[in-house]
Design a protein around this ligand. Sequence first.
Ligand code: URA
Length: 438
Amino acid sequence: MLAYIERTRDGLRLTREEIQDLVAGVVDGRWPDYQLAAWLMAAYLRGLGEQEVVDLTEAMAWTGSGNQENALGEVDKHSTGGVGDKTTLAVAPLVASLGIRVAKMSGRGLGHTGGTLDKLESIPGFRVTLTREEVRAQVERVGVAVVAQSAELAPADGRLYALRDVTGTVDSIPLIASSVMSKKLAAGAPCLVLDVKVGRGAFMATLERARELASLMIRIGEAHGRRVHALITSMDQPLGYAVGNAVEVNEAAACLRGQGPQDLRQEVVELATHMVALARKWELAYAHEQVEQALATGKAYETFLQWIQAQGGDAQAVENGLPLAPARLKVRAEREGWVASVDALTVGQVVLRLGAGRERLGDPVHHGVGVQLSVKVGDYVSSGGELATVYAQQEDQAQGAARLLRQAIVLADAPVTVAPPVLEALGSGGGRIEPLLG
Ligand code: URA
C-alpha cells in the first residue's frame, strides 16, 4: 500500500492489477484507514488517469457479487450530491409506478451534502441493508428498492466513501466517477440517468467541470453497454425548501401529492422523464406525458407508500408527516428586498453541524434536525418577513444556525432573474440533448 500511495502522490500511474490489489485490500481489510486516507488524498491532489479511473471503477464494481447478467432493475439514477436533494425519494417510486423496475444503491451524507440513506432512515423501521435476494423479491413485488452498499453490492465504495466524507477528498472527478459508476455497474441496470450538480453547494463548482464529470461517467457507462443520460442541474441554492433528513422526506412526500416546491417538481419530472424514455426507448415528450399522468392520478404517491412499507418503514408516519427536532427558531429578514441568493454550501454546512450528517466516522445522525427555508431566489420579502425555520436539538444550536442562515440569504434592492433548475442534458458520448423539457 505504501508503494501505491507514493506512486499516486508522485503523479505516476498504477496498473490495472495494482488497482485491483488496492481495491481487494479495501474490502478484505488489509489496508488500515490511515493508509487509505493518504492514498485518497494523493489521488485527490494529483488526479488519476482515465484508464486508472476505469480500472478503479471496475475493480470496485466487481468486488461484490453484483454483475450485469442478473440486473436487479431496468433503470437507475444517481446524483453527485447536493443540498436539499431529495429527488430519489420521489423519482424512484414515480418511475416504478409506470411499471419500470428501479433498484437503486444510494449513499449516506457526504461532506456538506445530504445522503438518501440517512433520509430514508428517518422513517421509523426503514431498512436500508437488504440482501441481494431481498432486493430482487421487493423489486418484483412493488417495483422499487433503495439500499446501501453491502458485502454483496460494491463494498469497496462503502469504505472509501465513508473515509472521503471525513478527509476532505470528496470533490474529485476521478473519485466521484469511480464511486458513482461502480455502484451503478454493480446494480446492473441497463439504463442510467445521472444528476450532475453544479454550483455553490455542489462538488463541481463550474459548468465545465460538471460537463467533464458527466462525460467521463457516460463514457464509463457506455463502455459497459449501458444507455446513459446526464442532467446538469443547478445547486447554487438548495433544491426545494427543506434541508435535513426527516424534513426532506416530508417534502418529497408533498411533491408526490402534488404540493411540493416548483423547482423540486421540475427536477423530479425531468429525471423521471429521462429514466422512462431510456428504459422504454420512448420519445422524451411521450415519456413526459406518462410521468405527469402518474403524478396527477396519485399512482406515484401510492407506489411511494407501498415501497416504504415493503422496506419495513412506517408509511403512516410519513403520511402524517415525520416529527422534527424540538428546538425551533424562525429566521427573519432584517430589511425588505428580493432574495438574490441562498448559499447552498452554507445551508448544507449549517444542517451538517446541527447533526444531520457526520463530521467524523461513526458520528450519530439526528434525523429530526434541519432547515425549512421560506424563500427561494427571486422571492420578495418584507422587513421582519420569514426567511427560514431551524429545527435543532438545543436552543443554542438553533441560534448559531440562525445567525449563519441570515448571512447565507442575501437580499437585493431590485428583482433578480432566476436560473432554471435543469441547465443541460447530455446523452450518448456526452453530446447535448435538445430540447429540454419545462
Ligand atoms: N455520490 C456518490 O455515490 N459518490 C460520490 O463520490 C459523490 C456522490
